[in-house]
Design a protein around this ligand. Structure first.
Ligand SMILES: *Cc1c(COP(=O)(O)O)cnc(C)c1O
Length: 375
Protein backbone atom coordinates (compact mmCIF):
# COMPACT_ATOMS: atom_id res chain seq x y z
CA UNK A 1 0.00 0.00 0.00
CA UNK A 2 1.26 3.48 -0.77
CA UNK A 3 2.06 5.82 2.08
CA UNK A 4 -0.74 8.15 3.21
CA UNK A 5 0.83 11.39 4.55
CA UNK A 6 -0.77 13.44 7.36
CA UNK A 7 -1.08 16.39 4.97
CA UNK A 8 -0.20 17.25 1.39
CA UNK A 9 -0.90 19.76 -1.36
CA UNK A 10 -3.30 19.39 -4.29
CA UNK A 11 -1.88 20.79 -7.52
CA UNK A 12 -3.98 20.63 -10.70
CA UNK A 13 -3.43 21.53 -14.37
CA UNK A 14 -4.68 25.10 -13.91
CA UNK A 15 -2.07 25.65 -11.17
CA UNK A 16 0.67 24.34 -13.44
CA UNK A 17 -0.47 26.45 -16.40
CA UNK A 18 -0.52 29.60 -14.27
CA UNK A 19 3.04 29.01 -13.05
CA UNK A 20 4.28 28.27 -16.58
CA UNK A 21 2.60 31.43 -17.91
CA UNK A 22 4.37 33.49 -15.26
CA UNK A 23 7.71 31.88 -16.10
CA UNK A 24 7.15 33.02 -19.69
CA UNK A 25 6.22 36.56 -18.64
CA UNK A 26 8.62 39.42 -17.98
CA UNK A 27 8.13 39.51 -14.19
CA UNK A 28 9.40 36.61 -12.12
CA UNK A 29 9.22 38.79 -9.02
CA UNK A 30 7.90 42.22 -7.97
CA UNK A 31 5.31 42.03 -10.72
CA UNK A 32 1.51 42.01 -11.05
CA UNK A 33 0.77 38.54 -9.67
CA UNK A 34 1.85 39.60 -6.17
CA UNK A 35 -0.58 42.50 -5.87
CA UNK A 36 -3.31 40.40 -7.49
CA UNK A 37 -2.81 37.60 -4.94
CA UNK A 38 -2.77 40.09 -2.06
CA UNK A 39 -5.96 41.73 -3.29
CA UNK A 40 -7.75 38.41 -3.73
CA UNK A 41 -6.83 37.04 -0.30
CA UNK A 42 -7.80 40.36 1.34
CA UNK A 43 -11.15 40.29 -0.50
CA UNK A 44 -11.76 36.67 0.42
CA UNK A 45 -11.21 37.42 4.11
CA UNK A 46 -12.87 40.84 4.16
CA UNK A 47 -9.71 42.73 5.12
CA UNK A 48 -8.50 46.04 3.72
CA UNK A 49 -4.79 45.38 3.23
CA UNK A 50 -2.53 42.40 2.61
CA UNK A 51 1.24 42.02 2.36
CA UNK A 52 2.53 38.79 0.80
CA UNK A 53 5.91 37.46 1.91
CA UNK A 54 8.11 34.40 1.42
CA UNK A 55 6.88 32.40 4.44
CA UNK A 56 4.47 32.37 7.35
CA UNK A 57 7.47 32.84 9.61
CA UNK A 58 8.47 36.04 7.77
CA UNK A 59 4.85 37.18 8.07
CA UNK A 60 5.02 36.71 11.85
CA UNK A 61 8.37 38.50 12.02
CA UNK A 62 7.26 41.61 10.11
CA UNK A 63 3.97 41.64 12.03
CA UNK A 64 5.95 41.77 15.30
CA UNK A 65 8.21 44.48 13.84
CA UNK A 66 5.20 46.51 12.70
CA UNK A 67 3.64 46.06 16.16
CA UNK A 68 6.81 47.63 17.55
CA UNK A 69 7.95 44.58 19.54
CA UNK A 70 11.43 45.32 20.78
CA UNK A 71 13.96 44.40 23.46
CA UNK A 72 12.46 43.03 26.70
CA UNK A 73 8.83 43.37 25.49
CA UNK A 74 6.67 40.42 26.46
CA UNK A 75 4.32 38.75 24.00
CA UNK A 76 1.82 36.11 25.11
CA UNK A 77 1.26 33.08 22.90
CA UNK A 78 0.27 29.41 23.00
CA UNK A 79 2.71 26.62 23.82
CA UNK A 80 0.94 24.22 21.43
CA UNK A 81 2.07 25.65 18.13
CA UNK A 82 4.89 25.57 15.64
CA UNK A 83 8.04 27.22 17.02
CA UNK A 84 7.65 30.15 14.58
CA UNK A 85 4.76 31.62 16.64
CA UNK A 86 7.14 32.49 19.46
CA UNK A 87 10.48 32.64 17.60
CA UNK A 88 9.21 35.83 15.92
CA UNK A 89 9.20 37.48 19.35
CA UNK A 90 12.78 36.33 20.00
CA UNK A 91 13.84 37.75 16.59
CA UNK A 92 12.74 41.17 17.91
CA UNK A 93 14.60 40.77 21.21
CA UNK A 94 11.35 40.26 23.10
CA UNK A 95 10.33 37.50 25.48
CA UNK A 96 7.60 35.00 24.56
CA UNK A 97 5.29 34.22 27.48
CA UNK A 98 3.31 31.01 27.26
CA UNK A 99 -0.29 30.90 28.45
CA UNK A 100 -1.80 27.44 28.84
CA UNK A 101 -4.40 25.99 26.45
CA UNK A 102 -7.96 24.86 27.12
CA UNK A 103 -8.38 21.11 27.39
CA UNK A 104 -11.29 20.84 24.97
CA UNK A 105 -9.98 22.90 22.00
CA UNK A 106 -6.21 23.14 22.72
CA UNK A 107 -6.56 26.85 21.94
CA UNK A 108 -5.02 29.47 24.23
CA UNK A 109 -7.18 30.08 27.32
CA UNK A 110 -8.20 33.75 27.73
CA UNK A 111 -8.20 33.32 31.53
CA UNK A 112 -4.59 32.15 31.36
CA UNK A 113 -3.69 35.13 29.15
CA UNK A 114 -5.03 37.48 31.86
CA UNK A 115 -2.81 35.83 34.47
CA UNK A 116 0.31 36.37 32.34
CA UNK A 117 -0.09 40.10 31.69
CA UNK A 118 2.61 42.34 33.20
CA UNK A 119 3.59 45.99 32.58
CA UNK A 120 6.00 44.64 29.90
CA UNK A 121 3.29 42.86 27.88
CA UNK A 122 2.89 44.40 24.41
CA UNK A 123 0.98 41.87 22.33
CA UNK A 124 -0.92 38.58 22.18
CA UNK A 125 -0.39 36.02 19.40
CA UNK A 126 -3.34 33.61 19.53
CA UNK A 127 -2.91 30.53 17.34
CA UNK A 128 -6.05 29.02 15.79
CA UNK A 129 -4.96 25.49 16.54
CA UNK A 130 -5.82 22.85 13.93
CA UNK A 131 -7.91 25.49 12.11
CA UNK A 132 -10.38 26.03 14.94
CA UNK A 133 -10.62 29.74 15.86
CA UNK A 134 -9.65 30.93 19.35
CA UNK A 135 -12.07 32.85 21.59
CA UNK A 136 -11.34 36.11 19.80
CA UNK A 137 -14.07 38.21 21.45
CA UNK A 138 -12.61 37.49 24.89
CA UNK A 139 -9.06 38.02 23.64
CA UNK A 140 -9.99 41.33 22.03
CA UNK A 141 -11.57 42.54 25.27
CA UNK A 142 -8.44 41.63 27.26
CA UNK A 143 -6.26 43.36 24.65
CA UNK A 144 -8.34 46.56 24.74
CA UNK A 145 -8.33 46.68 28.55
CA UNK A 146 -4.55 46.34 28.61
CA UNK A 147 -3.64 48.27 25.46
CA UNK A 148 -2.13 45.23 23.68
CA UNK A 149 -1.81 44.42 19.99
CA UNK A 150 -3.33 41.17 18.74
CA UNK A 151 -1.64 39.23 15.94
CA UNK A 152 -3.60 36.13 14.91
CA UNK A 153 -1.42 33.23 13.84
CA UNK A 154 -3.88 31.79 11.35
CA UNK A 155 -1.40 29.49 9.61
CA UNK A 156 -3.95 26.70 10.24
CA UNK A 157 -7.06 28.71 9.66
CA UNK A 158 -7.49 30.33 6.24
CA UNK A 159 -11.11 29.65 5.30
CA UNK A 160 -12.20 29.23 8.95
CA UNK A 161 -14.98 31.39 10.44
CA UNK A 162 -15.67 32.95 13.82
CA UNK A 163 -19.15 34.34 14.57
CA UNK A 164 -19.84 34.29 10.83
CA UNK A 165 -16.80 36.28 9.72
CA UNK A 166 -13.79 34.86 7.99
CA UNK A 167 -10.55 34.54 9.92
CA UNK A 168 -8.38 37.31 8.51
CA UNK A 169 -11.21 39.88 8.50
CA UNK A 170 -9.43 41.66 11.34
CA UNK A 171 -12.65 42.19 13.27
CA UNK A 172 -11.00 41.03 16.48
CA UNK A 173 -7.30 41.77 15.94
CA UNK A 174 -4.72 44.17 14.50
CA UNK A 175 -3.08 41.72 12.11
CA UNK A 176 -3.56 38.15 10.90
CA UNK A 177 -0.91 35.94 9.34
CA UNK A 178 -1.26 32.99 6.97
CA UNK A 179 1.24 30.38 5.74
CA UNK A 180 1.21 28.85 2.27
CA UNK A 181 3.51 25.93 3.01
CA UNK A 182 2.36 22.78 1.13
CA UNK A 183 0.86 21.17 4.25
CA UNK A 184 -1.43 24.18 4.74
CA UNK A 185 -4.79 24.77 3.00
CA UNK A 186 -3.45 26.49 -0.11
CA UNK A 187 0.16 26.61 -1.17
CA UNK A 188 2.69 28.76 -2.98
CA UNK A 189 5.53 26.30 -2.27
CA UNK A 190 6.75 28.51 0.53
CA UNK A 191 4.90 31.71 1.31
CA UNK A 192 2.93 33.75 3.77
CA UNK A 193 0.83 36.88 4.18
CA UNK A 194 -0.12 39.50 6.74
CA UNK A 195 -3.60 41.02 6.66
CA UNK A 196 -4.62 44.23 8.42
CA UNK A 197 -7.23 46.98 8.31
CA UNK A 198 -4.80 49.56 9.68
CA UNK A 199 -3.10 51.71 7.05
CA UNK A 200 -0.18 52.64 9.29
CA UNK A 201 0.58 48.97 10.03
CA UNK A 202 0.23 48.21 6.31
CA UNK A 203 2.86 50.79 5.41
CA UNK A 204 5.24 49.41 8.07
CA UNK A 205 4.74 45.83 6.89
CA UNK A 206 5.74 46.84 3.36
CA UNK A 207 8.87 48.54 4.70
CA UNK A 208 9.99 45.49 6.68
CA UNK A 209 9.31 43.16 3.74
CA UNK A 210 11.89 44.88 1.59
CA UNK A 211 14.91 46.33 3.40
CA UNK A 212 13.02 49.26 4.89
CA UNK A 213 13.37 50.92 1.50
CA UNK A 214 10.84 53.28 -0.05
CA UNK A 215 10.41 55.41 -3.17
CA UNK A 216 7.04 56.70 -1.99
CA UNK A 217 6.98 60.54 -2.27
CA UNK A 218 4.97 60.63 0.98
CA UNK A 219 8.01 59.34 2.87
CA UNK A 220 11.24 60.34 1.12
CA UNK A 221 13.07 63.28 2.61
CA UNK A 222 14.92 64.56 -0.47
CA UNK A 223 14.84 63.70 -4.12
CA UNK A 224 18.14 63.51 -5.97
CA UNK A 225 16.52 62.21 -9.17
CA UNK A 226 14.40 59.42 -10.54
CA UNK A 227 16.88 56.73 -9.35
CA UNK A 228 16.50 57.87 -5.78
CA UNK A 229 15.23 55.76 -2.89
CA UNK A 230 15.62 55.88 0.86
CA UNK A 231 16.08 53.29 3.57
CA UNK A 232 14.19 54.19 6.73
CA UNK A 233 14.10 50.95 8.71
CA UNK A 234 16.37 47.91 9.06
CA UNK A 235 14.12 45.66 6.98
CA UNK A 236 14.65 42.30 5.31
CA UNK A 237 14.30 40.63 1.95
CA UNK A 238 11.14 38.68 2.67
CA UNK A 239 9.67 39.17 -0.82
CA UNK A 240 7.67 36.42 -2.49
CA UNK A 241 7.88 35.82 -6.26
CA UNK A 242 5.28 36.22 -8.99
CA UNK A 243 5.80 32.55 -9.82
CA UNK A 244 4.63 31.64 -6.32
CA UNK A 245 1.75 34.12 -6.33
CA UNK A 246 0.50 32.81 -9.68
CA UNK A 247 0.14 29.45 -7.95
CA UNK A 248 -1.49 31.09 -4.93
CA UNK A 249 -4.13 32.78 -7.12
CA UNK A 250 -5.27 29.53 -8.75
CA UNK A 251 -5.09 27.66 -5.43
CA UNK A 252 -7.27 30.31 -3.77
CA UNK A 253 -10.08 29.58 -6.26
CA UNK A 254 -10.34 26.10 -4.76
CA UNK A 255 -9.95 27.08 -1.11
CA UNK A 256 -13.67 26.77 -0.31
CA UNK A 257 -13.80 23.33 -1.92
CA UNK A 258 -10.69 22.29 -0.01
CA UNK A 259 -12.19 23.43 3.31
CA UNK A 260 -15.52 21.71 2.54
CA UNK A 261 -13.75 18.44 1.79
CA UNK A 262 -11.70 18.74 5.00
CA UNK A 263 -14.92 19.28 6.95
CA UNK A 264 -16.51 16.25 5.28
CA UNK A 265 -13.55 14.08 6.35
CA UNK A 266 -13.69 15.57 9.88
CA UNK A 267 -17.41 14.76 10.06
CA UNK A 268 -16.68 11.14 9.21
CA UNK A 269 -13.85 10.95 11.77
CA UNK A 270 -16.08 12.63 14.39
CA UNK A 271 -18.88 10.12 13.81
CA UNK A 272 -16.50 7.31 14.64
CA UNK A 273 -14.10 8.78 17.18
CA UNK A 274 -16.03 11.35 19.23
CA UNK A 275 -17.80 8.59 21.19
CA UNK A 276 -15.18 5.90 20.94
CA UNK A 277 -13.79 4.34 24.12
CA UNK A 278 -10.09 5.09 24.49
CA UNK A 279 -10.07 8.01 22.03
CA UNK A 280 -10.74 11.68 22.68
CA UNK A 281 -11.11 14.37 20.01
CA UNK A 282 -11.00 18.17 20.00
CA UNK A 283 -14.15 20.24 20.27
CA UNK A 284 -15.47 22.65 17.65
CA UNK A 285 -17.36 25.47 19.39
CA UNK A 286 -20.80 26.63 18.15
CA UNK A 287 -19.44 30.09 17.23
CA UNK A 288 -16.65 28.66 15.07
CA UNK A 289 -16.32 26.92 11.74
CA UNK A 290 -12.98 25.10 11.77
CA UNK A 291 -10.92 24.87 8.60
CA UNK A 292 -9.51 21.54 9.87
CA UNK A 293 -5.86 21.96 9.05
CA UNK A 294 -5.31 19.00 11.42
CA UNK A 295 -7.40 16.23 12.86
CA UNK A 296 -6.05 15.18 16.25
CA UNK A 297 -6.95 12.08 18.23
CA UNK A 298 -5.89 11.69 21.87
CA UNK A 299 -4.96 8.20 22.98
CA UNK A 300 -3.40 6.72 26.13
CA UNK A 301 -0.82 4.49 24.52
CA UNK A 302 0.38 7.15 22.09
CA UNK A 303 3.80 5.81 21.15
CA UNK A 304 2.46 2.31 20.42
CA UNK A 305 -0.45 3.59 18.30
CA UNK A 306 1.79 6.07 16.50
CA UNK A 307 4.44 3.46 15.60
CA UNK A 308 1.83 0.91 14.48
CA UNK A 309 0.11 3.45 12.22
CA UNK A 310 3.40 4.44 10.63
CA UNK A 311 4.24 0.73 10.16
CA UNK A 312 0.92 0.46 8.32
CA UNK A 313 2.06 3.30 6.03
CA UNK A 314 -0.37 5.77 7.60
CA UNK A 315 2.10 8.58 8.10
CA UNK A 316 0.70 10.20 11.24
CA UNK A 317 2.45 13.05 13.02
CA UNK A 318 2.42 14.92 16.35
CA UNK A 319 1.43 18.60 16.65
CA UNK A 320 3.06 19.88 18.77
CA UNK A 321 5.79 19.40 21.32
CA UNK A 322 5.13 22.32 23.74
CA UNK A 323 7.44 25.02 22.39
CA UNK A 324 9.03 25.86 25.75
CA UNK A 325 10.19 22.23 26.16
CA UNK A 326 12.52 22.67 23.17
CA UNK A 327 16.18 22.67 24.26
CA UNK A 328 16.69 26.22 22.98
CA UNK A 329 13.80 27.48 25.13
CA UNK A 330 14.95 25.41 28.12
CA UNK A 331 18.30 27.20 27.86
CA UNK A 332 16.41 30.50 27.99
CA UNK A 333 15.04 29.44 31.37
CA UNK A 334 11.53 28.14 30.66
CA UNK A 335 10.71 25.33 33.11
CA UNK A 336 8.88 22.06 32.42
CA UNK A 337 5.48 22.13 34.11
CA UNK A 338 4.77 25.69 32.94
CA UNK A 339 1.56 24.76 31.07
CA UNK A 340 0.08 21.52 32.48
CA UNK A 341 -2.76 21.22 29.94
CA UNK A 342 -0.32 21.60 27.05
CA UNK A 343 2.00 18.96 28.47
CA UNK A 344 -0.73 16.43 29.17
CA UNK A 345 -2.16 17.01 25.67
CA UNK A 346 1.28 16.41 24.16
CA UNK A 347 1.51 12.98 25.86
CA UNK A 348 -1.59 11.78 24.01
CA UNK A 349 -1.83 13.58 20.67
CA UNK A 350 -1.63 12.06 17.20
CA UNK A 351 -2.50 13.97 14.01
CA UNK A 352 -4.11 11.53 11.62
CA UNK A 353 -4.24 12.18 7.84
CA UNK A 354 -6.31 15.24 6.92
CA UNK A 355 -6.12 16.78 3.46
CA UNK A 356 -8.68 17.34 0.69
CA UNK A 357 -7.26 14.79 -1.71
CA UNK A 358 -7.76 12.00 0.84
CA UNK A 359 -10.27 9.53 -0.67
CA UNK A 360 -13.23 7.97 1.15
CA UNK A 361 -11.54 4.58 0.82
CA UNK A 362 -8.40 5.92 2.48
CA UNK A 363 -10.48 7.50 5.27
CA UNK A 364 -12.21 4.16 5.88
CA UNK A 365 -8.90 2.35 5.92
CA UNK A 366 -7.44 4.80 8.46
CA UNK A 367 -10.53 4.41 10.68
CA UNK A 368 -10.38 0.61 10.45
CA UNK A 369 -6.70 0.54 11.36
CA UNK A 370 -7.14 2.85 14.35
CA UNK A 371 -10.09 0.77 15.61
CA UNK A 372 -7.94 -2.36 15.39
CA UNK A 373 -5.25 -0.71 17.53
CA UNK A 374 -7.60 0.73 20.15
CA UNK A 375 -10.10 -1.89 21.17
C1 LIG B 1 3.28 26.61 9.38
C2 LIG B 1 3.16 27.47 10.56
C3 LIG B 1 3.88 28.66 10.70
C4 LIG B 1 5.02 29.07 9.81
O1 LIG B 1 4.74 29.07 8.50
P1 LIG B 1 5.92 28.84 7.41
O2 LIG B 1 5.24 29.25 6.15
O3 LIG B 1 6.27 27.39 7.46
O4 LIG B 1 7.05 29.71 7.77
C5 LIG B 1 3.59 29.49 11.77
N1 LIG B 1 2.68 29.14 12.69
C6 LIG B 1 2.00 27.98 12.62
C7 LIG B 1 0.98 27.68 13.67
C8 LIG B 1 2.23 27.10 11.56
O5 LIG B 1 1.56 25.94 11.52
Amino acid sequence: MKRIPYATQWIDDEDIAAVVATLKSSNLTQGPRITEFEKKVAEYCGAKYAVAVNSGTSALHIACKAAGITKDDEVITSPITFVASSNCVLYCGGRPVFADVKEDTINIDPQEIKKKITPKTKAIIPVHFAGNPCEMEEIQTIAKENNLMVIEDAAHAIGAEYHGSKIGSGKYSDMTIFSFHPVKHITTGEGGMVLTNNEELYEKLKFFRSHGITRDPRYIQRNDGSWYYEMHELGYNYRITDIQCALGITQLKRLDNFVERRREIAKRYNEVFSNYDGIATLKEMPQTKSAYHLYVILVKNRKFVFDKLREANIFVNVHYIPVYLQPYYQKLGYEPGLCPNAESYYEKAISIPMFPKLSDDEVNLIIKKIKELIK
